[in-house]
Design a protein around this ligand. Structure first.
Ligand SMILES: [Zn+2]
Length: 140
């Protein structure tokens, strides 16, 4: 698939940046090998990652998961399709949020649904913070 090398780099960079904030506290953390990793982590220190996974907040973990999933989808060549409706997410949206799971339509539907469902308040927070935060910070 065209352009995936660059895309992977971008995702891995976002991933590293996310984990970077944890650097200080990680030095005292113990190794807990349990994560199954693919072959796309060539550039990162896997052992360090494993430790960091346990230091991240839920929101950070959700974002990290989205990034990991996006990397997997690139491997599977399913990247760019909405998980909800299967339509193309759209280049513009993916440029802003390379790890977007849903097209803009499904995302707003999802947020609406979650917003009206207080049972899912926590999940709502995760989706909202991922989508909003990254429109702000990742478009350089
Ligand atoms: Zn969709």
């Amino acid at each position: 698939m065209k352009g995936t090398v660059l895309l992977k780099k971008q995702l891995l960079k976002m991933r590293e940046e996310l984990l970077e904030g944890m650097d200080a506290s990680i030095k005292t953390a113990r190794s807990t090998p349990e994560r199954d990793v693919g072959d796309f982590y060539d550039d990162v220190d896997i052992e360090k990652d494993r430790q960091m996974m346990h230091m991240l907040t839920e929101r950070e973990q959700a974002k990290l998961k989205s990034i990991d999933d996006a990397l997997e989808k690139i491997e599977d060549e399913t990247y760019g399709a909405c998980e909800e409706c299967g339509e193309d997410i759209g280049k513009k949206r993916l440029k802003v949020i390379p790890f977007a799971r849903y097209c803009i339509r499904c995302q707003s539907e999802l947020e609406k649904r979650l917003a009206s469902n207080r049972e899912s308040a926590e999940e709502n927070l995760i989706y909202k913070s991922v989508s909003l935060n990254d429109i702000e910070s990742s478009d350089e």
